[in-house]
Design a protein around this ligand. Structure first.
Ligand SMILES: [Zn+2]
Length: 423
């Protein structure tokens, strides 16, 4: 799974569970089971250039500066006053103007209705291209329609992801990515068939897409807050993470949540992150025996559970096949925990609304058939770099005396029936 789309949501019902996660968009399931990252934490990208390459009401220069600023925002992620990432974004030569007539020279995709060769389009293993990561400004939505079908540009703000990976000295790394940003959302025209968002909200969408380009997966932290928002209660909008699968409030999502920061720092950690924060690791087991994949394990600060929460999907980093989400891999690791703070631990299902381009690794559709619950007790660490393991006596307050387990509920506890998206 690679190319993620960011949709505006028109109708949603049946969200059953609050859950969250923070992981990688690509995992090396062939050899290492590790996240696939940009080599040395350096993202190389190229922008559309020239006066013609506008983005809605933004000039080319304005659009380009906006992308640079948002890369900087990821690069300079800080927690507790220290920079937590070891990441760079380096801009290459401009691409010139790109539109539907020449996008094939820059963008890799399988048009709707076509059957395309290759195992998992648009990936090409190896350095088949030129090492260029294009970020295209879709001025009027026509490129978005070409990739996702006519009318898609009314609901998709952008899409991005890695597209070429290569194995060097045994390590799979991202060589190229690609992105299209849909300027139809900021073209100054608002009607039934042409939605409009503020520039700041659009920035939130680009920030999200750049997160994918860098290697971040979606996250489901504070699903309940997003659900409240959609029902008209915006009081918890700041709790909605940037990498939430759906565009809820772009202006709020322009500010990364604790979970977003932990996610990016976990993939590209600075020394300050590795030394200053601690981790909790464990295994989600089904009936105390077999590892269970696809369960959101959530750590929440006891005093600020909405803003200071982070999680990890069990078995997200695995080797082999996860067909039907039955890889029997239940490992999780929650990083970025702050020494001295007290956390609770919960296990939750991922909403069945999140499938396909909105899915969260490693299961699509999500794992189900278990009960969401908060485990008894709490935990905390005393100093940075400490790794607490659930099921050991070394923790200050033990979450559970066993490894984290789910009990089989007999019937599916997942009542989510899906959502309707436009188109
Ligand atoms: Zn996304």
């Amino acid at each position: 799974m690679g190319l993620r789309i960011f949709m505006i949501l028109i109708l949603l019902f049946g969200w059953a569970h609050e859950a969250s996660s923070a992981g990688a968009i690509l995992v090396d399931t062939d050899m290492t089971g590790n996240p696939v990252l940009w080599k040395d934490g350096i993202v190389h990208y190229s922008l559309e250039s020239g006066e013609e390459a506008r983005l809605g009401t933004l000039s080319n220069l304005e659009a380009a500066q906006l992308v640079r600023d948002l890369f900087d925002q990821w690069v300079n992620t800080s927690m507790n006053g220290v920079k937590v990432t070891n990441l760079q974004a380096i801009e290459g030569a401009g691409l010139g103007s790109v539109d539907v007539s020449n996008m094939n020279e820059h963008f890799s995709y399988c048009p709707p209705g076509d059957v395309c060769p290759g195992e998992e389009s648009p990936f090409i293993v190896g350095g088949a291209r030129k090492g260029v990561t294009p970020i295209l400004f879709d001025n009027d939505g026509s490129m978005t329609d070409a990739v996702h079908g006519v009318g898609a540009s009314r609901s998709i703000l952008g899409f991005a992801g890695p597209r070429v990976v290569d194995r060097v000295d045994g390590v799979l790394t991202i060589i190229e990515g690609q992105a299209i940003l849909n300027g139809r959302f900021i073209d100054g025209i608002k009607s039934n068939g042409d939605p409009e968002v503020s520039i700041d909200a659009f920035k939130g969408a680009i920030f999200h897409e750049l997160g994918h380009l860098i290697g971040l997966d979606h996250t489901q932290v504070n699903l309940a807050s997003a659900n409240k928002y959609l029902q008209g209660d915006t009081s918890e909008k700041e709790a909605i993470p940037t990498m939430f699968p759906i565009f809820i409030d772009g202006e709020a999502q322009l500010t990364p949540h604790f979970d977003d920061k932990v996610a990016i720092a976990s993939l590209y950690p600075s020394k300050d992150f590795s030394d200053g924060f601690c981790s909790l690791k464990g295994v989600v087991l089904q009936q105390d025996t077999v590892g269970l994949q696809g369960v959101n394990v959530v750590a929440k600060d006891l005093e600020d559970p909405l803003m200071q929460s982070t999680s990890f999907v069990s078995g997200a980093y695995y080797k082999g096949s996860s067909k039907d989400c039955k890889a029997h891999e239940g490992n999780f690791i929650l990083k970025g925990l702050i020494p001295g703070r007290t956390y609770t631990l919960a296990i939750e299902a991922i909403s069945s609304a999140f499938a396909g381009g909105s899915s969260i690794e490693p299961c699509d559709p999500p794992q189900k058939g278990f009960e969401s619950k908060t485990l008894p007790g709490s935990f905390s660490c005393s100093s940075g770099a400490q790794v607490i393991e659930t099921g050991t006596e070394s923790t200050t307050t033990i979450v559970t005396t066993k490894k984290v387990s789910t009990s089989s509920s007999g019937s599916s506890s997942d009542g989510a029936s899906g959502c309707s998206l436009i188109p």
